[in-house]
Structures are given as structure tokens and as C-alpha cells.
Write a protein that binds this ligand. Structure first.
Ligand SMILES: [Ca+2]
Length: 147
């Protein structure tokens, strides 16, 4: 009887001894994930502005001015006319996730549908949107008009 109890205690001791090792392994996973994400430093608005000439509306495939960049000047009824192979439809329709108004005299409005219809996202002159998702306008823009 006493001998049987000793075996049980030994088995429990072995289980306890392994427990810290298991915890250490699971804690290492988040640390590793953080290290992988760290190099993805967001592009600042100033850095993005340096790539977008005066007078243009610039927009990017991803938030934080990342991915492919497109730009327009003037009013445009169909962004589907602007090809971009990295976008799901092969053009800029419903593809922009961040945007910047570098216009010199006007606000610009993005429209959900072609020909200036549907929901509107107004970007003031000199303004930017680092993540159109914040305004429920991610991958929605299909036309634009100034002033
Ligand atoms: Ca749209």
C-alpha cells in the first residue's frame, strides 16, 4: 500500500516538473509573432505625401499608404477605367484603402458608385485618410469629384 502511494506521488511530481516547461513553450509563441510583425512599420502621412504630386488625389491598395498607389486629377466617373492588376477586379474600382488629397484648391469627394452616386467620403484639401475602413469606406470608392 505504501509502495503504491509512493509511485503515485512520483508520477504527480513528474507531471508538476513538466508543467513549467509547457508554459514556457506557449509563452514563446506570442513573442515570436511580435518579432515577425515588428518590421511592418507604417508609412507616415508625410512620407506618403512625398510620393504624391501637388494637384493629385492619391490612393493606395492598403491602409497606411501601403501597397500599389494610384492617382487621379480632375473628376472621374468610373475608377474601373484605371487598371491595377493587384486589385481584385484588375482595376481601381472598390480597391482603395487609404487616400490623400494633394489638390491645390478643392476638397475631393469619393463616391461609393460610379458617376458620383452612393455613399460619399469627403477629404478636405490637404487632408488624408490613412485607413478608409475607419469611415466605413474601405474598398468602396468608384468615382471622385472635386470641390
Ligand atoms: Ca464602389
Amino acid at each position: 500500500m505504501l509502495r503504491k502511494l509512493a509511485v503515485v506521488v512520483a508520477a504527480l511530481a513528474a507531471t508538476v516538473a513538466f508543467a513549467p516547461a509547457a508554459n514556457a513553450t506557449s509563452q514563446a509563441v506570442p513573442t515570436k509573432a511580435t518579432a515577425v510583425l515588428a518590421p511592418e512599420v507604417a508609412v507616415s502621412a508625410n512620407e506618403a505625401a512625398a510620393t504624391c504630386a501637388d494637384g493629385l488625389l492619391c490612393f493606395w491598395q492598403h491602409k497606411d499608404y501601403e501597397g500599389k498607389k494610384g492617382s487621379v486629377e480632375g473628376n472621374n466617373t468610373h475608377w474601373s477605367r484605371f487598371g491595377q492588376s493587384a486589385c481584385p477586379d484588375g482595376n481601381w474600382n472598390d480597391c482603395a484603402s487609404s487616400a490623400m488629397n494633394r489638390g491645390t484648391s478643392c476638397d475631393v469627394r469619393l463616391y461609393e458608385h460610379h458617376s458620383y452616386s452612393g455613399d460619399v467620403e469627403k477629404i478636405e484639401r490637404g487632408g488624408n485618410r490613412k485607413n478608409l475602413k475607419d469611415d466605413d469606406f474601405n474598398d468602396k470608392a468608384s468615382s471622385n469629384r472635386w470641390c
